[in-house]
Ligand binder design. Structure first.
Ligand code: ADP
Ligand code: MG
Length: 323
């Protein structure tokens, strides 16, 4: 059992994830030495998870290890980049070996699945906080940026929306999800970065974002950066069985439209590539849904099945301009 900080690092962090040939020197020295392959740009992103802000106190450590890496890999997916390296800054209130081991298990399993190697980090004492930085590769000019949406483009999303948000509502006692609770909680605790989907769609899409803050807010970021607006068809928003039951019972669309933490992708596709994108969509493990269109002007409208604009009560609407 490791006793010092050095032994802790050596035991838990020195061989975590894949073993990559582009890492001449990983954990253990003052710096890692890393080799970006010729002809590639480095894509870098960092995210911090703070207990009580980004996750509920007492959430299980293995899920937290998974999620801390997943939310970062999701940013690489949204850029169309292939993941390679990760660093981890961990602030822990105490040395709880069972907790660290479970955390590393969740982190390592996801890292290995996506050929990611942990190459360095920092370990300190304090209120529980986890910072992960990911590094990936993308060819120059091929990244999916937020500023490339144009009027007439089609808006697609992967998977289903609102599941993580409904899980949170249910866990906080605001909704009885019944038989759906376990599946919903899995969406909240173990988000799957949509790397394969991004890879498959990268050369057809022109812009993308991952849905971390809610569809309206995140699509709002694309609209702002691209100087465009959007019209969404509410009836086309993809819902799981649990979400469909919730919306039927409450008529509340704010969860699928504005709740965060789903880590699905929102992809913008030029209209003349619709058939090609939908052909690729057929080959994916999860649904790919056409939910609306990019428009001129800065507003995002959401239309009900009869074509009437609807207002959403809370969440994401604060993040962008109302018409
Ligand atoms: P320094 O004092 O030079 O910052 P540290 O003692 O913080 O060195 O870290 C020693 C080595 O262990 C470094 O290579 C560092 O990257 C690595 N390391 C420390 N904490 C972690 C961690 N949580 N995950 C991965 N690597 C870590
Ligand atoms: Mg250090």
């Amino acid at each position: 059992m490791p006793s010092s900080e050095f032994q802790l690092i050596e035991h838990y962090f020195s061989r975590l994830g894949a073993l990559r040939s582009d890492v001449p020197l990983g954990v253990g020295d003052d710096c890692a030495l890393l080799q970006v392959p010729p002809g590639q740009q480095l894509a870098v992103s960092i995210d911090t998870l703070v207990e009580g802000t980004h996750f509920l106190p007492g959430v299980d450590a293995e899920s937290l290890g998974h999620k801390a890496l997943a939310v970062n890999l999701s940013d690489l997916a949204a850029m169309g980049a292939a993941p390679a390296w990760v660093t981890l800054a961990l602030t822990l209130p105490r040395v709880d070996e069972a907790w660290i081991e479970a955390f590393c298990r969740g982190f390592a399993r996801l890292a290995a699945r996506h050929q990611v190697q942990l190459v360095g980090g920092d370990t300190t004492r304090g209120p529980l906080s986890i910072t992960v930085q990911v590094h990936g590769f993308v060819e120059p000019g091929r990244a999916l940026r937020r500023d490339a949406a144009r009027p007439g483009d089609l808006i697609y999303v992967t998977g289903t929306l609102g599941d993580a948000g409904l899980a949170l509502l249910a866990l906080q006692g605001g909704y009885d999800a019944g038989e759906h609770l376990a599946a919903l909680q899995r969406r909240l605790d173990r988000p799957e970065p949509r790397l394969a989907e991004a890879r498959a769609l990268r050369d057809l899409a022109s812009a993308a974002i991952d849905i971390s803050d809610g569809l309206l807010a995140d699509l709002g970021h694309i609209c702002e950066r691209s100087n465009v607006g959007a019209t969404l068809q509410q009836a086309a928003i993809p819902l799981s069985a649990a979400l469909a039951a919730y919306v039927r019972a409450t008529a509340d669309w704010s969860i699928p439209l504005a709740a965060g933490d789903d880590y699905e992708l929102c992809l913008i596709v030029p209209a003349d590539r619709q058939a090609a994108v939908e052909a690729v969509g057929q080959t994916l493990d999860i649904p790919l849904s056409l939910i609306g269109r990019i428009e001129a002007g800065g507003a995002i409208h959401c239309l009900d099945a009869a074509g009437n604009p609807i207002a959403v009560a809370r969440g994401g609407y604060d993040h962008f301009r109302n018409p």
